[in-house]
Design a protein around this ligand. Structure first.
Ligand code: ZN
Ligand code: ZN
Length: 303
């Protein structure tokens, strides 16, 4: 039987939070492994990629890896300098992410390892490192097929649509799904009636766009960093409120939602509470959506 799974190696947003109060959910930052018959795709290289590197070296089965980045904020790249396979000669590592050119991508990824930030530069990587042209529109790692689209987050940020096994997985680590709607509401009183109508139309288009991107996904892994109270204060910072994410997932007929990119200020109890609130929304709407908390070490069978 073909082995096919998804594993969460890092589920935390913003910064690693290895606090005793956070360990049930996990403290490592963004990193997800998708493995189909030992063909591997890694989404983001937060601190979660460090234990993944140790595991794959120990297994020693496949030395070809595709690593895709949603964007290059620290929490998504800071595991890379400690990713051991990059320092071993016969490994092949392919990087892909947003950028104008290979040169720009290389510069972006390598600069965090330059003096005075880090003692060992990327020129010390001994693996065969390849940067895939950022203009490439379709990627694959064996039978795993990958496309991407733009999401709402400062700078250029991608959401990834992944076909693996029989499942469609959408990986959206950082995205403010209600960006336009909430920004408009805040300023509504300043607009004329005509402008208000125009923004209303734009907002409806945006809602359709968001829904279309995640429509009918088997598994949606989505930024759910903020509570409604947080979101009031942090609108426009590029992260979603879990209430919006659950409602979007229901509207788009997603089968399973994994709340992801947890705020490091939220301990295990706070995330339990978020989970309970999500279940209440689902019940109130009479929806079939299955909602879970993405936890470090959690493995989903994709067969
Ligand atoms: Zn992030
Ligand atoms: Zn970010």
């Amino acid at each position: 039987m073909i082995k096919s799974y998804l594993r969460f190696w890092g589920v935390r947003g913003s910064y690693a939070s290895p606090f005793l109060t956070h360990l049930k959910v996990g403290g490592n930052t963004s990193c997800v492994e998708i493995n189909v018959d030992d063909h591997v795709l890694i989404c983001d290289a937060g601190t979660g990629i460090i234990p993944f590197g140790d595991k794959i070296i120990a297994e020693g089965i496949n030395k070809n890896l595709l690593i895709v980045f949603t964007h290059y904020h620290w929490d998504h790249i800071c595991g890379l300098p400690f990713f051991k396979p990059a320092f071993i000669p016969d490994w092949n590592i392919n990087f892909f992410g947003p950028g104008e050119s290979i040169r720009e991508m290389k510069q972006t990824l390598n600069s965090q390892m330059q003096t005075p930030y880090f003692p060992v530069g990327a020129e010390n990587w001994m693996a065969n490192i390849d940067y895939i042209n950022p203009r490439t529109t379709e990627l694959s790692s064996g039978p795993i097929k990958i496309t991407y689209y733009n999401v709402h987050h400062p700078g250029i940020t991608y959401g990834y649509k992944i076909k693996a096994g029989s499942k469609t997985i959408i990986y959206v680590s950082d995205n403010e799904c209600q960006f336009l709607d909430k920004s408009i509401k805040q300023k509504m009183i300043e607009f004329s009636e005509e402008e208000q109508q125009m923004f209303k139309t734009m907002n409806q288009e945006e809602y359709k766009h968001e829904l279309k991107a995640i429509q009918d996904a088997d598994i949606l892994i989505h930024d759910a960093q903020y509570t409604p109270e947080d979101y009031e204060k942090k609108r426009g910072w590029g992260h979603s409120c879990y209430v919006d994410v659950v409602n979007y997932a229901i509207d788009a007929r997603v089968k399973e939602l994994y709340l992801y990119h947890h705020d490091p200020c939220n301990d295990d109890d706070a995330i339990d509470k978020i989970y309970e609130n999500c279940q209440t929304i689902i019940q109130q709407r009479g929806a079939l959506l299955k909602c879970h908390v993405a936890r470090e070490g959690l493995e989903i069978n994709l067969a």
